[in-house]
Design a protein around this ligand. Structure first.
Ligand SMILES: Cc1cc2nc3c(=O)[nH]c(=O)nc-3n(C[C@H](O)[C@H](O)[C@H](O)COP(=O)(O)OP(=O)(O)OC[C@H]3O[C@@H](n4cnc5c(N)ncnc54)[C@H](O)[C@@H]3O)c2cc1C
Ligand code: FES
Length: 578
């Protein structure tokens, strides 16, 4: 019989880490005597970041004494103490390759159920003073696991652990962990995992991603958003074939292959990245495709911002015959091909990706119910007014609502004066299964997302595109005021140029940084990460052009056209979708 050797608890506290403050509960201390195990926690225990740890599905973390012995040998450590891996229960027995998801056990007075392997995160490395720890635990098939509490009760060190039942499908913790993180994901096994009701919802979503992954799709669809590989690597020349004036400060460019062959089709909502000559080095900027997906040529529509470098360059130089360098269309803000109603909502130049979606609907799904909601200042700044009207005429189940914030005396073609507000959205009477696609200024999108949530649209129904850097994800790090992206402190590095395209920053790489992630952080470029050692794919980013070397090698490489910034450095000039 397995035995509970140690019960450890600890409340979150602030810990210094590389000049930042991490709020974490990974420091646990053994307790003598009985401890009450409740649905969310042991008494006296807590987690700092409930997004990644804790909660009903992850109330208790279990790690095995056998793994302590293993790591002591592999890492040459003689200082490992119970609770060191952040676990609550240190146990004798219950190995990861025998315990199954859904197994039920009685421990003391409590009854518990296994819900998922431990999630890899940098904090175990922080606690162990071994930054590779998250990756090692996966690669060596020793993750440990989480329990849900079915019956609350007292537990204490020395309690026997009695198995009550085996989870359906008898899928072990080690098997499931390898299925998600290691290469060679079997669809049959993902389907098996989905038949285990005890599996936590987060892992169920990952398993669904693996099950839905197309055969030809590279990368890990359990950890990354699925996207087709880019149609070409790096930048290729495209020729401007025509120019359209849309409004006073918005113009469209038609771009064709230099040899006249049809360009690979893009998905409705994707964007193109251009590399243009600039006074202080190349200007790398992204523009959503605004024309009909599948056309032999691409159309982008550019708003010339006052003092905007790329907009000004294109305004001055774009004419038929100009060659520009372009990276392949990419992006996961794309129209789904389902049957449910669609809300296409935009403000100002944010109309571009949803125009491509409107073209796609008119061409291929004319019977789909569509709500077209757009906000502009007035008729003179209303881009694509005639084009969208014509497309909407071809959609018999379309509804239109145009808001002009400052309509002029001559303006007639709008529905309401003012901005797009929650009241406007309420008045649309959207069906509850509507899929919403939003594009506009950041603050506006935040308000609209909240308002759609209040109307009952879940997060999975609301998709948005930002014309700038996306929000960062820095688990457990205390919030600090966000500084705009800037070159790193100190003299410029001697390495190749790295363009953080969404942030509009190009800076030379310096080998004094351990990874592109650390380099981006030094530039205050918003980044997303969790394990920082090549396992979780949270840091996956678009590699628009260039090559990188990995160190350490990631547990599994990301899909083509992407990179993991936490464990890579440039070996050539880079353009990153960050
Ligand atoms: C996925 C994606 C899709 C996009 N799609 C589109 C699209 O379809 N159409 C489009 O037009 N844009 C789009 N963008 C935005 C585009 O990439 C550029 O960021 C934007 O056009 C500004 O680029 P710029 O070089 O002209 O301006 P920048 O030189 O980068 O300037 C940025 C801002 O700073 C201001 N600024 C710069 N210098 C000064 C100064 N000296 N004084 C005061 N203010 C200053 C500018 O007015 C501008 O508002 C998209 C971005 C992304 C990430
Ligand atoms: S942060 Fe986990 S793979 Fe990069």
């Amino acid at each position: 019989m397995a035995t509970l050797l140690t019960v450890s608890v600890g409340l979150p506290k602030d810990v210094d880490w590389r000049g930042r403050t991490v709020y974490t509960g990974v420091w646990k201390q053994p307790v003598d005597g009985p401890v009450m195990l409740r649905r969310l926690n042991l008494d006296g225990d807590g987690q700092g970041d409930l997004g990644g740890h804790g909660g009903e599905q992850r109330a208790v973390l279990v790690y095995q004494q056998d793994s302590y012995r293993y790591w002591a040998q592999v890492l040459g450590r003689d200082d490992l103490m119970p609770g060191q891996f952040g676990e609550n229960f240190t146990v004798d027995g219950l190995p990861d390759d025998e315990v199954c998801i859904g197994d039920r056990y009685r421990v003391g007075e409590a009854v518990v159920e296994v819900t998922q392997p431990r999630v890899t995160c940098y904090r175990v490395g922080l606690r162990m003073n071994e930054p590779r720890m998250a990756a090692l635990m996966v690669a060596h098939h020793r993750p440990g696991f989480y329990l849900r509490v079915l019956t609350e009760g007292l537990v204490r060190a020395g309690d026997g652990i009695v198995k009550l039942s085996t989870g359906p499908e008898a899928m072990t913790v080690a098997e499931l962990d390898a299925l998600l993180y290691l290469p060679g994901h079997s669809r049959d096994d993902a389907a098996r995992a989905l038949r285990i009701p005890a599996l936590s919802p987060g892992w169920q979503a990952s398993m669904q991603g693996l099950l839905d992954q197309a055969d030809e799709q590279e990368g890990n669809a359990g950890l990354e958003t699925a996207a087709a590989p880019p149609a070409w690597a790096g930048f290729r020349p495209l020729t401007v074939t025509a120019l359209d004036e849309e409004t006073r400060d918005v113009f469209s460019l038609h771009l064709a292959a230099a040899d006249g062959t049809p360009l690979p089709s893009a998905l409705p909502g994707q964007f193109l990245t251009l590399r243009l000559p600039g006074e202080a080095g190349p200007l790398v900027r992204s523009y959503s495709l605004s024309g009909t997906p599948g056309d032999a040529v691409y159309r982008i529509s550019v708003k010339q911002e006052p003092h905007g470098a790329a907009g000004t360059y294109l305004r001055a130089n774009a004419r038929p015959g100009l060659t520009v360098e372009a990276a392949a269309p990419r992006g996961s803000f794309t129209l789904d091909s389902g049957e449910q109603p669609v809300l296409l909502l935009s403000a100002g130049i944010g109309a571009t990706p949803v125009m491509a979606m409107l073209h796609a609907l008119a061409a291929t799904q004319p019977d789909r119910p569509v709500w077209w909601v757009h906000g502009a200042r007035d008729g003179a700044e209303h881009a694509f007014a005639a084009e969208s009207r014509e497309l909407l005429r071809r959609l018999p189940h379309a509804h239109t609502h145009i808001c002009y914030s400052r309509p002029g005396p001559e303006d007639r073609d709008y529905t309401t004066a003012g901005r797009i507000t929650p009241e406007v959205l309420r008045g649309l009477n959207l069906p509850p299964d509507t899929a919403a696609y939003l594009c506009g200024p950041t603050e506006f999108m935040g308000e609209i997302t909240t308002a759609l949530g209040e109307l009952g649209l879940g997060p999975g129904q609301v998709h948005s595109e930002l014309f700038g850097a996306q929000g960062g994800l820095t688990p457990g790090i205390a919030a600090a005021p966000a500084a705009p992206p800037h070159p790193p402190d100190g003299p410029p590095g001697p390495g190749p140029a790295v363009s953080f395209v969404r942030s509009g920053l190009t800076v030379p790489w310096s080998p004094s940084y351990a990874s592109l992630l650390e380099f981006a952080e030094a530039c205050d470029v918003p980044v997303r990460w969790s394990c920082r050692t090549g396992v979780c794919h949270t840091c996956v980013s678009g590699l628009l052009s260039g090559q990188v070397a990995y160190s350490p090698e990631p547990v599994e490489e990301p899909g083509e056209g992407n990179l993991l910034i936490c464990c890579s450095e440039p070996t050539s000039e880079l353009a990153l979708d960050l």
